[in-house]
Design a protein around this ligand. Structure first.
Ligand SMILES: Nc1nc2c(ncn2[C@@H]2O[C@H](COP(=O)(O)OP(=O)(O)OP(=O)(O)O)[C@@H](O)[C@H]2O)c(=O)[nH]1
Length: 464
């Protein structure tokens, strides 16, 4: 998440929402006031709620890394696409390929494909290469500040484009079989929701970016996270060598990059083999770094988390909530959850619930002329399961929903849950307000810099 400035510190905290930004090199904290109540209210100042909104982070213990595993998410998202244009005119996930052109990347001629949310406003309102380069101007450090950049790298056919297409384009995993090898960098703006808002660059595995003709420093300089995809069904020795080279070079250019190793295509492996492969890759990758005297580079081994998932500790202990997810409604990516383990069934149940709410709202919740939005601040749902658990969904922002699992007896204190939810929602809104302010002030700063005719570091522009 690209919140990079702390909230005003003058707030009187009862609970504290901590928000860090891993995609942004600055990694600052934002705090929001929240006054949770429980049967016994917590002592003032005690942190009841901690959000670690780390877009490049996620649950490390769950699931398997496979596009096939993401099938469900894709299917759900496809349905959500039906309504995503409606809520408040929000921009959707579906990106449309706009242009393909050669980009002089610091002198290197590198084919680049830009995909961008068609509904997203472009500075200057133009389209085509000129407008696009205004958005992704390599020489403009402000552009990389506004949208955190994630690089998807890895060997040929490791599954990079599939991950991107399945997660962000609602492509069915089976369709990825027909994906052609990428032969140019595909850059895409993912801006469907306030939380999922970054650029993702898919690098073709067949091109050697460390060839002297490429200015790889330019690529790594503004990067927040690098996801290196390894095909676990393939012999991964070559991939490990490439990973090592990539990580060491990237680190030299930008020590703030978060490195994620995504062990992909584990669907073809047995459970034991999955764990063994993950352990082996982790061990070898770290040994290679240690041999090179680079122990300080921290590689995170990920299997089974979708990109954009984040981690959060969300302690609603006093409300009796057993499990809570903060979902990006359109993509079904849970951007935060509490510290208890996540199992796939629970996640899928939440996805089903979101679908039910949206489907019913689309059918019965809109006015006769189709006006209104199927998801708004009134959106809420309660589903009682036959195992004495209650599923409770509530709107947090126009993009986010909180989905909780509550024991039936705890749900009798619904007023308390609602009060605490209200505090949580307020805190999230405060965080967004700060984000809006930051984005606004950056835009003003950017405009001023351009007006002055000076580059952001103060060097006068050479006007021809
Ligand atoms: N078994 C399995 N196959 C997958 C999975 N994800 C992708 N694939 C397949 O892997 C192949 C390569 O996928 P791509 O996404 O094109 O790989 P890439 O890394 O983008 O390849 P380049 O563009 O050449 O760098 C395709 O045939 C996919 O169907 C997965 O989770 N499991």
């Amino acid at each position: 998440m690209d919140v990079c400035s702390p909230l005003p510190s003058a707030l009187d905290f009862v609970g504290v929402a901590r928000l860090t930004c891993r995609l942004c090199p600055k990694q600052q904290q934002a705090k929001a006031a929240c006054g949770f109540l429980g049967p016994q209210s917590p002592p003032a100042g005690r942190s009841l709620l901690t959000l670690d909104l780390d877009s490049a982070d996620g649950d490390r213990d769950q699931g398997t890394a496979t596009c096939h595993g993401a099938a469900r998410q894709t299917r759900e998202s496809a349905r959500a696409a039906d309504w995503q244009e409606r809520p408040g005119g929000g921009s959707g996930l579906v990106s449309e390929q706009q242009e393909s052109w050669s980009n002089s990347m610091g002198g290197a001629s590198c084919p680049v494909d830009e995909q961008q949310d068609p509904r997203q406003e472009r500075p200057g309102g133009g389209s085509g290469p000129a407008a696009a380069s205004a958005v992704l101007d390599f020489s403009d450090p402000f552009s990389s500040e506004v949208k955190p950049r994630i690089l998807l790298m890895g060997l040929r056919r490791s599954g990079k484009s599939s991950i991107q297409k399945v997660v962000f384009h609602k492509m069915s995993p089976n369709e990825t079989l027909f994906l052609e090898s990428t032969n140019k960098i595909c850059r895409e703006d993912v801006s469907n929701s306030s939380f999922v808002n970054f650029q993702i660059w898919d690098f073709p595995g067949q091109i050697d970016f460390f060839d002297p003709t490429f200015d790889y420093e330019m690529i790594f300089r503004g990067t927040g996270a690098l996801i290196f995809v390894i095909d676990s069904q393939d012999d991964y020795m070559e991939a490990l060598a490439r990973l090592h080279l990539t990580v060491t070079r990237a680190y030299k250019v930008n020590a703030d990059i978060n490195f994620e190793v995504f062990i992909h295509k584990v669907d073809g492996l047995s459970d034991d083999h999955k764990i063994e492969t993950q352990r082996d890759i982790h061990q070898r990758a770290n040994d290679d770094l240690a041999d090179a005297g680079l122990e300080k580079i921290h590689l995170r081994n990920e299997r089974g988390k979708a990109m954009g998932q984040t981690e959060f500790l969300f302690l609603f202990q006093n409300s009796g909530i057993e499990k809570a997810f903060l979902f990006d409604v359109v993509s079904k990516i849970y951007i935060a959850t509490d510290s208890t383990p996540v199992d796939m069934q629970t996640y899928e149940l939440c996805c089903d619930m979101i679908d039910v709410v949206i489907d019913i709202s689309c059918i019965y919740g809109l006015k006769e002329d189709g006006a209104g939005t199927p998801y708004d601040k009134e959106s809420t749902a309660i589903i009682k399961l036959n195992n004495t658990t209650v599923l409770y969904l509530k709107e947090v922002t126009k993009f986010l929903a909180l989905v909780c699992f509550v024991r039936e007896e705890s749900f009798e204190r619904k007023g308390l849950i609602d009060y605490n939810f209200h505090c949580f929602r307020k805190a999230i809104h405060e965080v967004f307000e700060v984000r809006m302010k930051v984005v606004k002030s950056r835009k003003v700063q950017n405009r001023l810099q351009k007006k002055k005719g000076a580059t952001p570091n103060g060097t006068p522009r050479v006007l021809m």
